[in-house]
Ligand binder design. Structure first.
Ligand SMILES: Nc1ncnc2c1ncn2[C@@H]1O[C@H](COP(=O)(O)OP(=O)(O)OP(=O)(O)O)[C@@H](O)[C@H]1O
Ligand SMILES: [Mg+2]
Length: 256
């Protein structure tokens, strides 16, 4: 069965693209077939995070009806697939984002997970990505502005009868003024399924155009993202810190 999951926020810059690129890699490590789609049509970043930003065919071409989806799916060296979006501003013309649900349906039965990186906000682009998915993960930071915007996204997802899997709180620094997991759960009425720490290696990995889970597999954020991937894949959370496992991960990251 193919699970189609969208990563939405309300506020921009909370970490959706970082999560999608890393979960694609982490789920692929677990042997899952994954297609990651850059459904952020106006300000796409997923290709940049993954080093697939010069692809000849993009989601824009598919949405315009010029290219079949199968010709805009690219294999990533880490074992998952990516549908990148175009970085060219001219490609925004005559793109019908409303076609996203119909396009995504083509992947049913062709992967275990289709994960969508969504645009921020509550506009047509974000709502089309939401409609294209069956399940929703809402990403927020532990502050009131992102939480308030997350609540709006949550309401829209619930009105659309989507299954909200939970909240990912990203960039947790453990500072006193931050909202706690309990406060976030109380405010949104939905469980927090992961708390990803602030980690300086995230921006280093983005600069290297590699998912953090491979770039720095033992970094604090990579560990938490892997736990989230394990939860999504219905696996027992792996034992972190085993010497052999650490060595294996190192060798994998050297080879990649
Ligand atoms: N856990 C983290 N620790 C440190 N920095 C992070 C973390 N997660 C994300 N960032 C930083 O936050 C920035 C925004 O992340 P990202 O692009 O993933 O957010 P986004 O929600 O996709 O943004 P947009 O709404 O613009 O698409 C990135 O530059 C990244 O370096
Ligand atoms: Mg993004």
């Amino acid at each position: 069965m193919t699970r189609i999951i969208v990563f939405s926020s309300g506020k921009g810059g909370v970490g959706k693209t970082t999560l999608v690129s890393n979960l694609a890699a982490a789920l692929a490590d677990f042997g899952e077939e994954v297609v990651a789609i850059d459904a952020n049509v106006t300000t796409p970043n997923l290709g940049l995070h993954l080093g697939i930003h010069l692809a000849p065919n993009t989601l824009h071409d598919v949405l315009k009806g010029n290219v079949k989806l199968r010709n805009a799916i690219y294999p990533h060296p880490l074992g998952f697939k990516v549908v990148p979006a175009s970085l060219n501003v001219n490609d925004l013309k005559s793109v019908d984002v409303g076609r996203l649900p119909e396009v995504t349906l083509n992947l049913l039965g062709k992967a275990d997970f289709v994960i969508l990186d969504c645009a921020a906000g509550l506009g047509k682009e974000a709502s089309s990505a939401l409609m294209a998915a069956d399940e929703v993960i809402i990403v927020t930071n532990p502050d009131l502005p992102s939480l308030t915007d997350a609540l709006k996204t949550l309401k829209i997802a619930q009105e659309a009868k989507k299954k909200v899997l939970g909240i990912v709180v990203n960039r947790v620094k453990g500072r006193k003024h931050e909202l706690s997991k309990e406060e976030i759960e109380e405010f949104l009425g939905v469980p927090v399924i992961a708390e990803i720490p602030e980690d300086k290696h995230v921006s280093e990995a983005i600069a290297a155009k590699q998912p953090l889970v491979h770039y720095k597999p033992d970094s604090p954020a990579a560990r938490e993202i892997r736990k989230l991937a394990a939860w999504l894949a219905g696996r027992k959370v792996e034992e972190e810190g085993g010497v052999l496992r650490k060595l294996l991960r190192k060798v994998t990251s050297w080879l990649s």
